[in-house]
Design a protein around this ligand. Structure first.
Ligand code: AMP
Ligand code: MG
Length: 338
């Protein structure tokens, strides 16, 4: 079955397909989500099939109103209301104790549920029309890069899902911040809403562990990966490393003013938000143009870049301070390809 392409005039069709239990990729302000009627167990289960995602990696429930939190959560703490009123619609996911109505298939059997109200107007129109919440993980194959355009979804999931609704390029291009509110507020996945903004809203400290054991798909070491292997290169080593890479086709994402003399170079924007909006897009472009390797110059270290560092460290095999590790991996890759 071919995946139906829906333009912006097709809100009703998207809702009708969801209501019939089909999977429909919808635009959000973060990345494209693969929506299923959250009250339809079979449709939710089909999401895991379409993505090749293990059943124990739970899905975020997307709501169309702040009040709906009370339907899905066992109880809604004061902090959750405050954060929802401040940041929704927007890129913040709240993890709460789940209510009785939440099907196990959504949460992988956990006693918590992840909730968010996305900011894309077309997403909200579809939800209003459907009259129910949807589950919506990123609309990509398991472990791959999240899609930031309808074309990305179509190329990766064609024939595996019912339809894709085209809402243009995603404004943020990075997945939502996930905040665990089942104990002291704790960030499980850094994202567009920063720890500082959350602290300012709550008036209390937010924990942002570098590693945690809560099973979150986005917490896997290998995640958000393009097809070509990625290496992070410290700014000071970029020219030396790039000059010695033994490949005809490799890409370099570099910061302004640091263009190396060789490689398929793309200058990234200097501000974190603009960089984030383009990161997956440019990695996909490099895959599509047949790059054998992608080198990314490490962006600045300050807090504004924490979501970007998180995704880059999951995408990359390692930090390379010299070309040797890259060349060895490329040789191995060539031997395997025969
Ligand atoms: P994505 O599939 O890209 O939308 O990512 C959704 C993220 O939310 C994944 O990292 C999930 O594992 C995480 N998530 C959803 N529900 C829960 C939950 N109940 N407990 C912990 N993580 C969750
Ligand atoms: Mg994902």
């Amino acid at each position: 079955m071919k995946t139906e392409y829906l333009d912006k005039g097709s809100i009703n069709r998207a809702a009708e397909l969801l209501s019939a239990g089909e999977l429909v990729a919808l635009p959000t302000e973060t990345v494209y989500g693969l929506a299923a009627d959250a009250c339809n167990r079979a449709a939710v289960a089909a999401t895991f099939q379409a993505k090749g995602r293990p059943a124990d990696h739970p899905l975020i429930v997307h709501l169309s109103s702040v009040e709906e939190m009370a339907f899905w959560a066992a109880s809604v703490p004061q902090e959750a209301w405050a954060l929802a009123n401040r940041f929704w619609p927007g890129p913040l996911t709240l993890l709460l104790r789940k209510g009785k109505r939440v099907p196990d298939v959504i949460t992988g059997g956990r006693d918590t549920v992840a909730l968010r109200l996305p900011a894309h107007p077309m997403f909200l129109l579809v939800l209003k029309r459907l009259g129910r919440a949807v589950t919506a993980p990123s609309a990509n194959l398991h472990k791959r890069l999240s899609p930031t355009s309808a074309g990305d979804v179509q190329r990766e999931l064609d024939g595996r899902i019912g339809a894709v609704l085209d809402g243009g390029d995603c404004a943020l291009g990075l997945e939502s911040t996930i905040l665990d509110l089942t104990g002291s507020p704790r960030i499980l996945r850094p994202g567009p809403v920063s720890a500082m903004e959350i602290e300012a809203c709550l008036g209390e400290t937010v924990i942002q562990p570098l590693e945690h054991s809560v099973a979150v798909a986005g917490n896997m070491r290998e995640h958000y990966r393009p097809q070509a292997p990625v290496w992070l290169v410290p700014a000071g080593a970029l020219n030396a490393v790039v000059g010695q890479v033994e490949s005809e086709r490799f890409g370099v994402l570099h910061m302004p003013g640091n263009r190396p003399p060789t490689g398929r170079c793309i200058e990234m924007p200097p501000a974190a938000q603009d960089f984030g909006a383009l990161l997956y897009r440019q990695m996909r472009n490099m895959d599509e143009s047949g790059c054998e390797a992608i080198l990314v110059e490490e962006p600045p270290a300050d807090a504004a870049w924490s979501a970007i560092h998180d995704r880059l460290h999951r995408a990359a095999l390692s930090v390379a301070t010299e070309a040797r590790v890259i060349n060895e991996a490329l040789q191995l890759q060539a031997v395997k390809a025969g």
